[in-house]
Ligand binder design. Structure first.
Ligand code: XIL
Length: 821
């Protein structure tokens, strides 16, 4: 459960956002479940961030009258909320829009295009030419001369193509011209076309009807000053097979001869597990030709069991994961979005409610696991490091010298940052000289290209302080250069400079170089441990590398599982059996990564799977120092023997002069005995804390020892793992630089009498007032107690304040407001 919205929902002040976020309580989860909005970000927001189109087909009768006002409201509402790209399922097909030689039926068709515009979304035209009966009305079939049918084709493309202007991003020029299945590897792609007796266009015009349609579509586009891409759309054309070979040969031939083919549409009505390796290879050979790639009609049937829904989700995720890694991938579009209606009910001969359910929303518009799989794949920023060599150990041939050859940098064993060696760059005659590494192949092939990357490295300037910098320099096919810099000031001891880059480019990228240098000339510097990646501080977040990074916290036996139910995405998942306490589970030490990323707000997410189910799962970052452990967790009730995603934000802070001595990420479950699976864990910084004139952090101790009902659910019922029974600590990252400093509102849920103790530790003398309020419903709040102003203790920097809580027979919510001057 992402608990962040709980608090925002309840307490959002009129001004700046609340920044104190605390994960709390099953009741709050129930409260959230009543909201129709799926957890997490909207798909179109995630897609916008990547410059991707996320689309859906909108069905027939797309109007309040056609669907009924209530259904239309939900249908159109969810569509506009989640997608930035739409196509009409049927309304633009030849027979619908152009049923007789002289009549065009634009009224129904125009609804889709205007809806897309009103939703601020793009529109996808489907399709000018298709062999099917629906796209060959009687007058087409009755036109039996090449010139006659070409005239019909031109007239059709002129009229329909011209009609849809700005906002129309793509047209399927020809749909399904290749045979459904191609028996043997073709030498000439024409041999793989549908035979003349099933395709009236081919029979009457000849095999050149495809290129003639593209050429005319391009002329119409030019005449109307439009911008849409012209693509060829088909099915079972995404993997490596005889049909996709024919498609590839056709595409190559078209490009060689100047036929304006600009992209390919892969319908992907998926049956069974896709051949991901084949898709990767096919996408690559097509994008190497410069073609854009669109998944246009994705769906895949599933049953209703958790296992089936998860299997379906894995297919959505797996497909997107492969596709997003290709820099020419432009759109992921599903053929409908709610199980309420799908062409597959007719196609498979199954009624609504049968085991078809091919889409990411239920018939009642609730997000299914497939929805979260899309969300997850879109949110994912690729984890593997981009630099092949970030330090100067071993073979350093990936690094090269930038600028004049002399004086040359040397690799030196003197003063390494980590490991045995660092790079020493002597004073240079001009700025913009230093050491560099080519990162193009890694950015494009493995990482999927554009996105948010963290760039960091360690500098030392013997005669410092002096400005130093790291940059990624991108050059596109027009020769335009764009720098993405991270700058800092280094001195006589090692200093890390770090920043986030939103790497983006609009044309083909021809070079990408990472450069370490100084903005000023004449500066000598030492460089070490450079990293360019996505910032996940887990070295092995998805258990793909057995051994090494993962271990068990407490009792239990760890294994790396490869069976499909025991891994989430990818080849392996973690499993711990023989646990004896709630806090036992898979763990990874992440101290170096966390300290490298620094204090701030982090995304914490991962997938848990317990054999028991129904129990509470918990994912925790544990910071240890001399005074004990502090825990930062996200929790959620786990489904039985199915993967459940936990996600939320944690605010990780520590006194500047006293960083944690240990940092672990681990998973646990409330029973402490069930076998526990874990996979795909992310701990990644989302933002720094704003610079604060007043910095403080507090541990909030909630004493539940007098609680009458021990069965209270998370997080209160979780025994702490530091040996203090029934004492749960919440750490509140207090970021008072925000103008809302007087309104810091964590909410606590208690349902028994007890004591609430607050421990303050701060490094400022600012006065703090705290006010306790209670609420029956998280909406109306009334004050319970006002404490005297808290005064700093200059010696210990510690204070305690204790609130007596009134006994409350039913559930109540509490929150504490800190008032800063
Ligand atoms: C389907 C529609 O979804 C149905 O409503 C209609 O009856 C038949 O066509 N490939 C395509 C789509 O390119 O146009 C098809 O759409 C599904 C298969």
């Amino acid at each position: 459960m992402d608990l962040t919205p709980t608090l925002i929902f309840v307490t959002r002040p009129p001004g700046p956002p609340i920044f104190l976020r605390i994960a709390l309580a099953a009741a709050a989860a129930t409260f959230l479940r009543a909201q129709p909005l799926p957890e997490g970000p909207r798909l179109r927001d995630l897609a916008d961030r990547r410059g991707l189109l996320i689309g859906t087909a909108l069905g027939d009768g797309f109007s309040p009258a056609g669907m009924g006002a209530a259904v239309y409201a939900s249908y159109a509402g969810v569509a506009a909320r989640e997608f930035n790209f739409f196509t009409a399922e049927n309304a633009h097909k030849f027979g619908r829009i152009h049923p007789t030689a002289t009549s065009y039926q634009f009224a129904a068709a125009d609804l889709y295009d205007s809806f897309a515009r009103s939703a601020g979304a793009g529109f996808h035209g489907h399709a000018f030419v298709w062999y099917k009966t629906t796209s060959t009305p009687a007058f087409v079939v009755e036109t039996t001369t090449r010139e006659g049918l070409l005239a019909v084709l031109r007239d059709h493309i002129s009229a329909v193509g011209a009609r849809y202007g700005p906002g129309t991003l793509v047209w399927d020029v020809v749909n399904e011209a290749l045979q459904s299945s191609v028996a043997s590897a073709p030498e000439d792609w024409r041999d793989a076309l549908r035979p003349a007796d099933t395709d009236h266009w081919r029979a009457t015009i000849g095999t050149d009807y495809i290129e003639l349609a593209f050429r005319h579509a391009a002329e119409v586009r030019a005449a109307n000053q439009q911008n849409h891409r012209l693509i060829y759309n088909d099915f079972t054309n995404e993997g490596m097979n005889n049909k996709s070979l024919a498609q590839y040969l056709m595409a190559r031939d078209f490009l060689d001869r100047g036929v304006p083919l600009e992209g390919l549409g892969f319908q992907m009505h998926v049956n069974g597990t896709p051949d991901y390796a084949g898709i990767r290879a096919n996408f690559k050979r097509l994008s190497d030709l410069g073609l854009d790639l669109y998944i246009t009609e994705f769906d895949t049937i599933s049953g209703s069991s958790d296992a089936e829904l998860d299997r379906q989700a894995a297919i959505f995720h797996g497909t997107l994961d492969v596709a997003l890694r290709n820099p020419h991938f432009r759109a992921f579009q599903t053929w409908g979005f709610t199980d309420r209606t799908s062409w597959l009910y007719t196609w498979t001969g199954n009624p609504l409610g049968a085991d078809v359910r091919p889409l990411p929303f239920t018939a009642g518009f609730e997000a299914k696991p497939a929805y979260y799989a899309i969300q997850d794949a879109l949110a994912y920023e690729f984890r593997e490091p981009v630099l092949t060599q970030g330090d100067f150990e071993g073979d350093i041939s990936a690094w090269f010298l930038l600028g004049p050859p002399s004086p040359s940098p040397t690799v030196t064993p003197l003063h390494p940052h980590g490991g045995a060696r660092a790079c020493s760059v002597p004073p240079r005659a001009s700025p913009a000289t230093g050491v560099a590494q080519d990162v193009l192949a890694a950015l494009l092939a493995d990482q999927g290209g554009a996105g948010r990357y963290e760039l960091s490295g360690w500098f030392r300037v013997p005669s410092g302080p002096a400005a130093v910098r790291l940059r990624v320099r991108l050059t596109d096919s027009t020769g335009a250069i764009r720098d993405f810099p991270v700058e800092g000031v280094a001195g006589a001891s090692w200093q890390r400079i770090q920043g986030w880059l939103n790497l983006a480019w609009s044309r083909t990228l021809v070079s990408a170089v990472l450069i370490a240098d100084t903005p000023g000339s004449g500066v000598a510097f030492l460089l070490d441990d450079v990293a360019l990646g996505d910032g996940n501080v887990l070295a092995n977040s998805n258990a793909e590398k057995p051994g090494g990074d993962w271990s068990v916290l407490g009792a239990g036996n760890l294994s790396f599982e490869t069976s499909s139910s025991r891994r989430h995405y990818g080849a392996r998942g973690l499993r711990v059996v023989n646990r004896t306490a709630a806090w036992n589970g898979p763990a990874q030490s992440v101290r170096p990564g966390l300290l490298a990323s620094g204090q701030g707000v982090y995304e914490l997410s991962g997938y848990l799977r317990s054999d028991a189910g129904g129990e509470t799962g918990k994912l925790t970052v544990r910071l240890g120092d001399a005074s004990g452990y502090r825990h930062f967790s996200v929790t959620r009730t786990l489904r039985a023997t199915a993967w459940t995603r936990l996600s939320g934000t944690v605010e990780l802070a520590w006194p500047d002069d006293s960083p944690p001595s240990s940092v672990h990420v681990y998973a646990e479950t409330s029973t402490g005995t069930s076998a526990l699976g874990l996979d795909d864990v992310v701990l990644r910084k989302i933002s720094d804390f704003p610079v604060a004139p007043f910095t403080a952090w507090q541990a909030l101790h909630f004493d539940v020892s007098q609680r009458a009902d021990p069965s209270i659910s998370a997080p209160g019922a979780f025994p702490a793992d530091d040996g203090v029974a029934n004492l749960v600590k919440y750490a509140l990252g207090l970021r008072p630089a925000e103008p809302a400093a007087s309104e810091l509102l964590p909410a606590l849920e208690l349902d028994a009498s007890g004591h609430l103790r607050l421990e303050f530790r701060r490094n400022s003398s600012a006065a703090v007032q705290s006010i306790l309020e209670s609420s029956p419903d998280l909406i109306a709040w009334s004050p319970l107690a006002i404490t005297p102003e808290l005064r700093p203790d200059p010696d210990s920097l510690h204070e305690w304040v204790s609130f007596p809580l009134p006994s409350s027979p039913d559930r109540a919510f509490y929150r504490i407001r800190f008032t800063l001057p």
